[in-house]
Design a protein around this ligand. Structure first.
Ligand code: UT7
Length: 336
């Protein structure tokens, strides 16, 4: 068995900043309410020429550049997203074309906001078994196109963006050390996009509504706090580590209160928890890779550090992984 080291990382967020005060222009809300209940100050919103594919491709291109590989060398691209531009072709195939990654297999994976960590879990299997040695994992979402701005409890929470990592075959114990995935379909009704009525067949009633993201916030909140604690603990144990060995916790950025409550349960001090929900809100599948990029860029994440990443979202699903940052065991020619 090989290891799947993280050799490159990249992110993309749209330029357009939508502040809480901007939202008050067309919604019955306030900056004070949003800040105190969620920690969010502003979010990025995709412009007229931006799509899930363009954002994903930009993040993927940056990750390849950082890894020092040409996209033509990629063998697999997985895009975690619940907001693809089309049902078909997949966002991953569209990204493959944008990048010129002509040798890569490509598919999308939809587990809502936990999609990036799920995709990383799947991609790492191909690397660890030796089937592939260069895999691009992208998390990208364009949730703002599915928000109902008359639903103030949901619309304030989301922003758009993309993040990506390159996984490469390594001879050393680094990169993805453990994974912990799960799903509770019995609670799926608490977070949905497009009801069954959007998918009627030939003999069904023809009721095509524009699909909107709908959420039972309180239920998702309770679930998130519990599952983040449990999944992080299990992934850490599976990696043969304890929380004392964890240098950085990167939780899905949905709400600062959820993050604080989960960190408290895990007895993880604030300085070991990455938070940027104030600037981007919930970017769904992009949330965790954006955090990885920012943590690395600011010097908070360096070679040899152990990081726990934890995603949760529609399904309801969850996904945690322990990563050891660095790529010392990647052979020359496989990384810079
Ligand atoms: O990636 C997965 C994602 N989703 C999540 O993780 C979200 C999880 N849930 C949450 O973050 C929180 O439940 C929310 C932020 C959505 C809501 O916070 P809350 O503290 O649970 O508020 P609430 O829903 O209990 O609402 C409290 C009050 C209500 O008014 P009344 O009925 O008490 O008069 C709401 O109508 O706040 C009102 N409210 C608002 N007021 C101003 C709800 N949204 C807003 C708003 N501005 N945007």
């Amino acid at each position: 068995m090989y290891h799947a080291a993280v050799t490159g990382w990249g992110m993309y967020v749209p330029e357009h900043v939508l502040t809480n005060d901007d939202l008050t222009q067309f919604m019955d809300t306030s900056d004070e309410w949003i800040r105190s209940r969620t920690g969010i100050r502003e979010r990025r919103v995709a412009g007229a020429t931006e799509t899930t594919t363009t954002m994903a491709a930009a993040a993927g291109r940056a990750a390849c550049l950082k890894a020092g590989i040409d996209p033509t060398e990629l063998e697999l691209i997985i895009v975690g997203t619940f907001t693809p531009d089309q049902y078909m072709p997949s966002t991953a195939s569209l990204v493959q074309h944008e990048l010129g990654a002509s040798s890569a297999a490509a598919f999308d994976l939809n587990t809502a906001c936990s999609g990036f960590v799920y995709a990383m879990a799947v991609g790492s299997q191909f690397v660890q078994t030796g089937a592939y040695s260069r895999v691009l994992i992208i998390g990208a979402d364009f949730a703002s196109r599915f928000l109902d701005y008359s639903d103030r409890g949901t619309a304030i929470l989301f922003g758009d963006g993309a993040g990506a990592v390159v996984l490469q075959r390594s001879e050393k114990k680094e990169g993805v050390l453990s994974i912990e995935l799960g799903s509770d379909g019995s609670a799926g009704r608490h977070l949905t996009l497009g009801g069954a009525e959007s998918f009627v067949g030939l003999n069904g009633a023809r009721k095509i509504d524009r699909p909107f993201l709908k959420m039972n916030g309180a239920e998702v909140f309770r679930f998130a706090v519990r599952i983040m604690g449990e999944a992080a603990a299990t992934a850490t144990t599976k990696a043969g580590l304890t929380f004392d060995d964890i240098d950085l916790l990167i939780p899905h950025q949905a709400n600062s209160r959820i993050i604080e409550a989960a960190a408290k349960r895990l007895q993880m001090p604030r300085e070991r928890v990455w938070v940027n929900v104030d600037r981007y809100a919930n970017t769904s599948c992009a949330s965790i890779p954006i955090c990885l990029v920012e943590a690395e860029q600011t010097g908070r994440l360096t070679d040899g550090m152990n990081v726990v990443v934890i995603g949760f979202g529609g399904g309801l699903t969850w996904a945690a992984a322990v990563l050891r940052w660095g790529a010392t065991g990647v052979k020359r020619g496989d990384a810079t």
